[in-house]
Design a protein around this ligand. Structure first.
Ligand SMILES: Nc1ncnc2c1ncn2[C@@H]1O[C@H](COP(=O)(O)OP(=O)(O)O)[C@@H](O)[C@H]1O
Ligand SMILES: [Mg+2]
Length: 329
């Protein structure tokens, strides 16, 4: 744990979580395989990896919102000591929004075009029986909008009257509607331009400071993570490649995948200035290579990497990496 968070109360404790997608007549796709992490009050965790590495699946399984083909096949998810995987549908429905809210990938482009932003926020509040009368509800909507930097007098406007950045802010306001402890933001800055991206990240930092909010920021972009995260979980092909504090990830990365992701962002002050990308693609999760999942793309792989999956080695109190080179050094 980063020093600042070691003493903060533990909110979320995810242990050895594995998720498969199953469809008849097909091999199971192991989208998440034995992933563990924690989240403390006020912590911003970056969940990083290329597209198809299992990030969204991991987040949907925490919310118990997997699509019907998805199965949690092993592990535990404890939120404030309650085992979320054993809750009834009704109980988990109460956890969503009130304790843990998720901003879905691409959701800002899926706002209802024929309802005002204020109405859409109000619906979330009303559905959870939080508001009192109309005046209280209106006050709460104004307060939420202002919290995310939208003038309250714009609550009666429709999504098309908002810019992309404002729509994403509105999504964040909606996620905050029931005052959750944790917000999961899945690729919240993807598709926004660099300036607006920076403003959204700044907003998340402000919310952490004002509300003590804990955030899981899902992104394929390590530049984004550098800006605001405390800790980083790098996923590759459904497994944990590396998990450490943000400083360790940037200054002492041990997994070649992390190193190559970093090389793909040579100028962190300008994350869009991507010079290289890692050649090749993440593995198909229904046809994984026998050894390390990254070995086929790894420039430093040796023989063992191709036939033996590396365990997650602990390098220091808060630094884990699944790479055979770590052990042999
Ligand atoms: N509904 C689904 N049914 C079957 N497979 C899925 C489904 N959703 C995602 N997958 C598979 O799970 C893997 C991980 O996807 P995802 O969690 O979306 O990764 P990421 O968010 O890192 O891009 C992908 O290989 C994808 O094909
Ligand atoms: Mg995703």
């Amino acid at each position: 744990m980063p020093a600042a968070f070691a003493d903060a109360p533990l909110l979320l404790d995810v242990r050895h979580l594995s998720v498969d997608y199953v469809s008849r007549g097909q091999p199971a796709a192991h989208a998440v395989d034995d992933v563990s992490f924690v989240l403390r009050e006020g912590e911003i965790l970056g969940l990083v990896g290329e597209s198809g590495c299992g990030k969204t699946t991991l987040m949907l399984s925490l919310m118990r919102l997997l699509p019907s083909a998805g199965r949690i096949v092993a592990g535990r998810v404890d939120l404030l000591g309650r085992d979320l995987l054993s809750l009834s549908e009704k109980e988990i429905a109460d956890v969503r929004w009130k304790e843990m809210a998720m901003i879905f990938q691409g959701a800002m482009n899926a706002l209802n075009p024929v309802r005002t932003i204020g109405d859409q926020i109000s619906e979330v509040i009303v559905r959870h029986n939080i508001a009192g009368n109309k005046a209280v509800l209106d006050g709460r909507i104004s307060e939420l909008l202002e919290l995310v930097g939208i003038p309250a007098n714009r609550k009666d406007q429709y999504p098309h009257q908002y810019s992309g950045g404002m729509r994403q802010r509105a999504m964040i306001a909606m996620a905050l509607a029931c005052a959750p402890l944790i917000v999961i933001a899945d690729e919240p800055t993807t598709a926004l331009d660099v300036m607006i991206q920076a403003q959204i990240l700044e907003l998340l930092l402000t919310l952490r400071q004002k509300l003590g909010l804990a955030v899981i920021l899902v992104t394929h972009d390590l530049g984004v993570v550098a800006e605001i995260c405390d800790s980083v979980l790098v996923m590759y092909g459904g497994v944990t490649a590396e998990y450490a504090s943000v400083n360790t990830i940037y200054n002492n990365p041990q997994h070649p995948y992390t190193q190559q992701l970093l090389d793909a962002f040579p100028d962190l002050s300008n994350p869009s200035d991507r010079l290289t990308s890692i050649p090749g693609y993440p593995p198909r999760l229904d046809a994984l290579p026998p050894g390390c999942r990254f070995a086929p793309r790894c420039s430093v792989a040796f023989e063992r990497c191709h036939h033996e999956q590396p365990p997650l080695y602990q390098l220091s109190q808060f630094h884990l990496a699944s790479c055979h080179r770590v052990e042999s050094e």
